[in-house]
Structure formats: C-alpha cells, structure tokens
Design a protein around this ligand. Structure first.
Ligand SMILES: Cc1ncc(COP(=O)(O)O)c(C=O)c1O
Length: 411
C-alpha cells in the first residue's frame, strides 16, 4: 500500500517501493541499529545545498560574497565542519554557538556574531570576529572593550512587515532586534568614530516566502548611506508538507542581489546572506517508534518522542508530513502524538498513515532545522542522536543522551 510520491524527503533519499532510505541507509534498519527517536541527515543534501547557495551568490554577485550558515538552525559540530569544508562562513548568536564554531575549526575572521542581549563575556569572546551590534548599550560596551580594528556591522530594523508567524518576524517597527530607522544615523556616527564600521545588517524574519520584504529592507538600508559591506540576513522559506513550495533560492538570490546592486550600488561591495533553515531543514528526517494506537474520536498514534525533539508544532503550529517508514503513504487519517504530558504535544495532525501499528517506525521529514537545536529534556527524556548518512554508510555524529546525562550537572 504505497503512495510514495513526495516532494519533502531529502534529495538523497529513496522512497522506492514505499520504503524510506536516507543517504542509502534503510530507515527501519537505522532505527533498529541506533534506536529511536533519531535525527537522520542526508549528508549529501547538506553539501549540495551549501554548494547551491555559494554558487548562486558567486554567479549573481561575484567573489565578494559570503554565505554564512545561521548555526542556530542546527548547532552541530559535524555540520559546522562540513559547511566550513564547503566554503561557508558561520553566524552564531551566543557564546555557546561561538564555542561550537571555533571547535569546528572556524577562524574568527569567518564568524559573524549576533545577539540582542550580548553579555560582556560574550563580547569579549567575540573580539576579532565580525560583531553585529544590536543596540546603543552594546555599542558603548563594545567601544570600551575594543579598538578601531574591531569589525562591526549595525543591525537595522527597517520597519518592514512580513507574512510569517509573529514569533519569527523581526523586521517590523518595535521589534526587539536592532536599531530603529530613527536611531540608526546616530548609531552609525558613533560606531564609525569608535570601531571599524564595515556596514549594515538586516534580517526581517524566518519562513519568508515573499520577495517584497527583502526588497523593502534593502531600500530602507539605502537611505542610511553607503558602506563597504551589507549582510542581508536569512529566513528563506522552506516547504514542510507536499502542498507547500520552498523558496526558489537561485531566483530569490538573483532578485536580492539585483535590488542591492540597484539600490545600494552594491556591485563593488561585499554582500553576505545568512540562511539557516534553507541549508538544513530538508536534509533531516526524524525517526520514531510507534508505542500505541488509540481509536478515540480520532485515531491517535503515539510515538517515543515529541515536543522534546521537535518544538515547532507547539511553538508555531507548524504542519508536518509523516509516514510509516516501510509503508509510505496510506489512508488511515490520524494524529501523530508525542509521549509528553501535555495534550498539545502533537507532532502532526491529520496525517495519513498506512495502518499504523505498535512497533512501526515512523518518519517525519523536514526536521533538519530547529529540531536538534531546540531539543530539551522535558519529562526526563534524553535527547536523540544525530546520524549522518551517505553512500549507504551511517555515522553517529552526536550520541544519544543517557539518563546519567540528566543528572550530570547535579552537585
Ligand atoms: C539574524 C539571523 N540571521 C539568520 C537567521 C536564520 O533564519 P532561517 O533559519 O530562517 O534562515 C536568523 C533566525 O532566527 C536570525 O535571527
């Protein structure tokens, strides 16, 4: 009973015969070998997407371009190493992410540091990187810590609204991020006097499908003067279910670069983009095991993970596809429930599975971004491993947590 045609599994996955394999590794065998829940990534997809984005920026803008991976989407040392090999820079948003980037081999010159509430310790750790200054207090603090050699960008909030979930919209007036358009001129003057002000940064939000907010934010930057560098942020929208369409990255970057050339006279300047989700979301699949099937008003299929490994359904009401990994498709409409003690812990609603039974392995595609990143130990559930698959070989790059890890910090 296989209706395996889907658009949301990794490129390097197969659904032939209704049976899922990722990077040449059979999903049910992965579950047997490594246990569930498990985050499984098609390593070749990570590389391919990095090459696609780098290639597009170089084609549309030339060598003065940087693709910085927004590591918050997947803060995993092995992924950071892979992206560094592929020539990507990295964006971090805390001392912890900075530590991971350094551990993965990134040099200070390849790191962009974000944060709207950076501590003195975080600023000190970030010296020598490119620091994106968010607010006036930080600008003063950094001017006291660093000299004129410290590279900075100023994060500008352009007052642009976006059609995305309010929790991940950041470009609107009264956002908690960045300098408002009114405050920007004074901040520019202050930063130019004290630090190596390279340019401006803007990030209008995540899961942005529409081109207009990017264009409007570039137009807003153009009113603030000319700079050697511009960082245009990330946020490129990704399809989570078969009825959605991911942003066409090549077309979107072509349009953004054209707008930057026209409005910022950016041809000879340095342009950076900071994609997170667009690099990693579709490369990842989470595997679970079905523990129970309950026929109530609805059919509830309960698995061995949930809001501890994927918070997005609860945070944003995000939809997901799900399949029994060796019988893709099906017509049993059900809710895929997590194991946690909240009724809201539902991974996917109204999904069609093939007669799900206890013991089945269930896969949820497009879980490569902000899953591992936001994983937690609610209900004392150890966090899942991360497994990279390529050419039929699987390697664990982050081990599963143990119950001993749950009390490792106790004194
Ligand atoms: C400053 C900044 N850059 C880039 C990103 C990456 O966004 P996305 O993963 O949607 O591409 C974020 C996400 O929160 C961000 O805050």
């Amino acid at each position: 009973m296989a209706a395996a045609t889907t658009t949301v599994y990794p490129e390097a996955a197969s659904t032939d015969g209704g049976r899922l394999s990722v990077g040449g590794c059979d999903a049910v065998e992965l579950a047997r070998e490594f246990g569930t829940p498990a985050y499984v990534y098609a390593e070749d997809d990570l590389r391919a997407r990095a090459r696609q984005l780098r290639g597009a920026m170089e084609r549309h803008h030339g060598p003065r371009s940087t693709v910085a991976f927004a590591s918050k989407a997947f803060p995993c040392t092995a992924a950071l190493r892979l992206f560094r090999e592929e020539g990507l820079a990295v964006d971090v948003a805390s001392a912890g992410e900075l530590h991971l980037a350094r551990r993965a081999g990134y040099e200070a010159s390849e790191i962009v540091v974000h944060g709207n509430a950076k501590s003195v310790g975080e600023l000190e750790a970030a010296l020598g990187t490119t620091i994106v200054v968010d607010n006036a207090a930080e600008l003063e603090r950094l001017s006291g810590l660093a000299g004129r050699e410290q590279r900075v960008l100023l994060r500008i909030t352009p007052g642009v609204s976006t059609d995305t979930h309010a929790a991940v919209a950041t470009g609107q007036a009264d956002s908690k991020f960045g300098f408002s358009m009114q405050d920007a001129p004074a901040a520019i003057e202050r930063a130019a006097a004290a630090l190596d002000l390279r340019g401006l940064h803007v990030h209008v939000g995540s899961q942005i499908f529409d081109e207009q907010p990017h264009r409007e934010s570039i137009a807003a930057l153009a009113t603030l003067g000319a700079f050697p560098e511009y960082d245009l942020g990330g946020g490129f929208g990704v399809a989570y279910t078969d009825d959605q369409r991911s942003v066409d990255l090549d077309a979107r970057l072509a349009a953004m670069v054209a707008a930057a050339h026209a409005l910022l006279d950016a041809e000879g300047r340095h342009l950076t983009i900071e994609p997170g989700r667009a690099l990693v979301a579709a490369a990842g699949v989470t595997l679970y095991t079905v523990e129970s099937v309950k026929r109530n008003v609805s059919t509830w299929v309960a698995v061995d993970g949930g809001m501890s490994d994927n918070l997005r359904p609860l945070l944003y009401g995000s939809p997901y596809r799900a399949d029994v990994a060796d019988r893709l498709g099906g017509d049993t409409v059900c809710h895929l429930a997590g194991k946690h003690c909240e009724s809201g812990d539902v991974i996917a609603r109204d999904v069609a599975l093939d007669d799900p039974r206890p013991g089945d392995v269930v896969a949820t595609p497009v879980t490569g971004a902000y899953g591992h990143a936001m994983a937690n130990n609610y209900n004392g559930v150890p966090r899942p491993p991360v497994i990279f698959c390529s050419g039929g070989r699987a390697r664990v790059v982050v081990r599963r947590e143990t119950v001993e890890d749950l009390h490792a910090r106790d004194l």
